[in-house]
Design a protein around this ligand. Structure first.
Ligand SMILES: [Zn+2]
Length: 138
């Protein structure tokens, strides 16, 4: 990832980036530059110096398998998820779902900051309209 204000969170993001790459490679073969663009759409600013080692490490792990494909007469190294990689993705999906549920449940839990803020916001509209009107008169 290029040095920017998010650099301090890189160790968290890199796991998400790996999952993201694995997710796309499980759907169709991906290539480095294409994944850099795809992740850019999602707000991750990665350079080739991060993406290619990441792809290589996923391949060394046996989660991706590369293949040279000719595109417009040029050689392109494409990566597809292996059955082992797809199994890893499936398991990771369960962890992601569980974490997602917990993070977003937490925000709406009764008594949480978000819940209190929501109740504060709703209070005026819960008052009877006539009472609110009288109060405002001199
Ligand atoms: Zn994506």
């Amino acid at each position: 990832m290029t040095p920017n204000r998010d650099t301090k969170y890189q160790d968290i993001y890199i796991g998400l980036v790996r999952l993201h790459v694995l997710h796309h490679a499980a759907q169709e073969p991906v290539f480095g530059h294409g994944m850099i663009q795809e992740l850019g759409r999602h707000g991750y600013h990665l350079g080739p110096g991060t993406m290619y080692p990441l792809l290589h490490s996923l391949e060394r792990r046996g989660w991706l398998k590369s293949q040279i494909v000719l595109v417009d007469g040029r050689r392109r190294k494409c990566y597809a998820a292996t059955p082992h990689g797809k199994a890893a993705l499936l398991q990771a999906r369960d962890y992601v779902r569980e974490l997602f549920d917990e993070i977003f449940e937490e925000r709406a839990k009764p008594g949480s900051d978000r819940d209190l803020n929501m109740r504060r916001l709703q209070k005026p509209s819960l008052m009877p309209a006539s009472k609110t009107a009288k109060k405002g008169r001199p």
